[in-house]
Design a protein around this ligand. Sequence first.
Ligand SMILES: Nc1ncnc2c1ncn2[C@@H]1O[C@H](COP(=O)(O)OP(=O)(O)OP(=O)(O)O)[C@@H](O)[C@H]1O
Ligand SMILES: [Mg+2]
Length: 274
Amino acid sequence: MTRRSLSLVSEHDHFPDAGAGAALSPVKPILAFDRVGFSYEGRAIMRDVSFTVRSGEIVSLLGPSGCGKTTILNLVAGFLQATEGVALVDDREIAGPGPDRGVVFQTAALFDWMTVADNISFSLRCAGRRKRECREVAEDMARLVGLSASIDAYPYQLSGGMRQRVGLARVLAAKPKVMLMDEPFSALDVQTREVLQEEVLRIRARIGCTILFVTHSIDEAVFLGDRIFLLEDLKNGSFDDMPVDLPSPRDSGENRLHASFIRMRETIYRRMRH
Ligand SMILES: Nc1ncnc2c1ncn2[C@@H]1O[C@H](COP(=O)(O)OP(=O)(O)OP(=O)(O)O)[C@@H](O)[C@H]1O
Ligand SMILES: [Mg+2]
């Protein structure tokens, strides 16, 4: 564990860089915060926050309510601008939202009057892509998230877990390099939540996207993360950066019973309690 002191689809058609080895690039940082600070109307929320995230990595952000998890996602998404330091995606300073970053929120804000297919392909239709291409991408993405059978359904006909799958597919359809997920499964029952966690790991293995995943659940953070940022008070810029060491395949539900999983869960629990 590192204590950071403010340092730095077919699926293959849709994600041309994807492939068997696309899961994790060993070197390339796709995301970098260099001494980033952010204040709301003069009130500092974070100062001197630095980290890097490699392409294909999943980083879980865990920490108490109000510590700044959503603020970090908003800075990466470009919804907020750093008031100090530099935030970079793919070596470019983040100046606003862009198609290289996609956000999955706590509840999927779907368009109720559109089918699943039209919800998924919304960004492509906005970009003026042809109807047939939109349908093909929607079908590919629906397959990726296990929703093929419901592609022509309307959101009101779906369960909460299925709605979140549509939200995920809609973001994936825009081919983001970085997915920002803000407690996306927190409103779901435990079984659905675990299935979707495994789905996220499978999608990452297939398309190699990078994910920042905010959660309040220690289990979820450990199961999904290649690393966990354990945040507390970002105003002094330091946080624990904990690597997760679990066996492959990472999407195996058996990992929840593995000794490393249980050990890590206990370590984090104790740190958060104290
Ligand atoms: N629009 C805003 N205006 C002023 N302060 C804000 C605003 N949004 C958030 N804050 C403050 O910024 C701090 C960090 O908020 P943030 O939403 O990032 O926390 P969080 O870690 O995501 O919390 P939670 O786990 O409850 O979602 C909090 O103190 C919050 O009160
Ligand atoms: Mg939040």
